[in-house]
Design a protein around this ligand. Structure first.
Ligand SMILES: Cc1ncc(COP(=O)(O)O)c(C=O)c1O
Ligand SMILES: [Zn+2]
Length: 439
């Protein structure tokens, strides 16, 4: 019988039989040593249509089990992740019309409702825990800016797997609280994310423990890929534009992976334009892109990018100062006709306020950076009239309580009722919209 899946090396084409072979060779191609592989499934591709056109609401990303790299359903470790709502946000559509005269359909993938840790990293956490359980692995090492760390800590704890986690010095304290509460080990590394990755790798090597691969790690990429299935299931079509805050790039790479897998079926008719935002305090990919664009994308442009050490940022979750994936990301963004650009990190609080006012939803700073990408794209003219826009937001404010406190703005200290002006919520509308009217 044919195996459900195998891996193909992106560099030399060699076929890696299974996770056992992949892990035994330290997550490198057995033949050429490359770390970049694709998961290939023997499931007939047409099966995806049935899964997308289901009558019943899926309970988790495991609805797409046939296209996930796990052999036996009994090993699934889940908490209902991966089916976070994708909603049309009319207040943003009205804004695009009012300010830029654009008729758009704007869909937001909220993710804040993900049950485990309230971020879109829960998908990867669930798949990783399931695969490691299936492989009988008892120990794992993760390096992350915060959200992946928290998700992996959660799911691996559920699977009874010890997880040693390395976060950069500036990672949010909420991540630390989550991870410590689950009884997983947190190492806060004195240094930036690149250095935290190095220390994690040294630790993993020293003790012979498996460690998370990069942004193309099948455990993360394959899980994230299901977002494309969800787009089609909920929106009934592919968007023209995909917006997300860019750190390492797993999100956009996963969209590409779905298109590669199902190219022949024509089910996903078009690849969206990637409009990817980076916080202005750490934007190496945006800087490299802007320079390359100015020079007309000369030969080998994708290999030139700056590296920022110890960046001082407001949104540490998306701060990758050494973007090793840029050489793959830039050509991909270019192929889609997209852009990589900066957004002002200072705007995150204003965006969170606006969303909380208009939708009564509390979002985290990395989500705000994603939504800032929409405002910047509108301003720069990256979006055309009549287009459908998908914004992958990523996290809830539960991931960043200090940030949520910053977004509150209505408190007054008083000592008698006479001092209190009678309250009308409508009066705040102008205040929360103000930063966006003169943007
Ligand atoms: C909420 C949120 N948005 C965006 C990103 C960036 O993800 P990537 O660039 O890996 O797709 C992250 C990564 O940590 C995140 O947690
Ligand atoms: Zn190879």
């Amino acid at each position: 019988m044919k195996e459900k899946f195998f891996f193909r090396c992106r560099t030399c084409g060699y076929e890696i039989k299974d996770f056992k072979e992949w892990f035994e060779h330290n997550q490198k191609c057995t033949k050429c040593g490359s770390g970049k592989i694709y998961t290939v499934y023997s499931t007939p591709q047409e099966r995806i249509s049935e899964l997308i056109n289901t009558e019943n609401e899926p309970k988790s990303l495991w609805h797409y089990f046939d296209f996930l790299p796990l052999n036996d359903k009994k090993n699934i470790v889940t908490d209902g992740e991966g089916v976070a709502p994708i909603e049309r946000w009319k207040f943003l559509e009205d804004y695009a019309k009012r300010k830029y005269n654009l008729e758009l359909e704007i869909f937001i993938n909220r993710n804040d409702k993900s049950f485990a840790t309230g971020t879109f990293k829960d998908k990867g956490g669930s798949l990783a825990a399931s695969v490691l359980k299936e492989q009988g692995i008892k120990e794992y090492v993760v390096a992350s800016t915060g959200n992946t760390a928290t998700a992996f800590a959660h799911y691996l704890a559920k699977a009874g797997i010890s997880c040693s986690i390395f976060v950069p010095e500036n990672a949010l304290s909420d991540s630390e609280a989550h991870i410590g509460t689950y009884g997983q080990k947190l190492f806060r590394v004195k240094g930036d994310y690149a250095y935290a990755k190095k220390v994690a790798a040294d630790y993993a090597k020293k003790h012979g423990i498996l460690m998370t691969g990069g942004n193309l790690d099948p455990l993360r990429l394959e899980a994230k890929k299901t977002q494309v299935f969800e787009m089609l299931r909920i929106m009934g079509k592919m968007p023209d534009v995909y917006i997300q805050a860019l750190s390492g790039g797993t999100g956009p790479f996963s969209v590409e992976k779905a298109f590669i897998d199902f190219k022949e079926t024509g089910i996903f008719d078009k690849m969206p334009r990637f409009l990817l935002s980076q916080g202005d305090h750490c934007a190496p990919q945006a800087h490299a892109w802007t320079k390359a664009k100015k020079n007309g994308f000369p030969e080998g442009y994708q290999n030139e990018y700056p590296i920022y050490e110890n960046p001082e940022v407001l949104i540490p979750t998306i701060a990758t100062g050494n973007p090793g994936m840029y050489p793959l990301m830039a050509p991909l963004v270019r192929k889609t006709g997209g852009e990589i650009f900066e957004i002002k990190e200072e705007l995150a609080v204003d965006i969170a306020r606006l969303v909380a006012y208009e939708r009564v939803i509390k979002i985290g700073p990395a989500s705000a950076a994603g939504l800032a990408g929409l405002f910047e794209s509108l301003k720069q003219g990256y979006i055309n009239n009549g287009e459908t826009v998908f914004v992958n937001m990523g996290e809830s404010a539960g991931r960043a309580l200090d940030f949520m406190k910053e977004t509150a703005y209505t408190t007054e200290i008083i000592s008698s009722a006479d001092q209190c002006k009678r309250f009308n919520r409508d009066e705040y509308k102008e205040l929360v919209w103000k930063p966006f009217e003169n943007i």
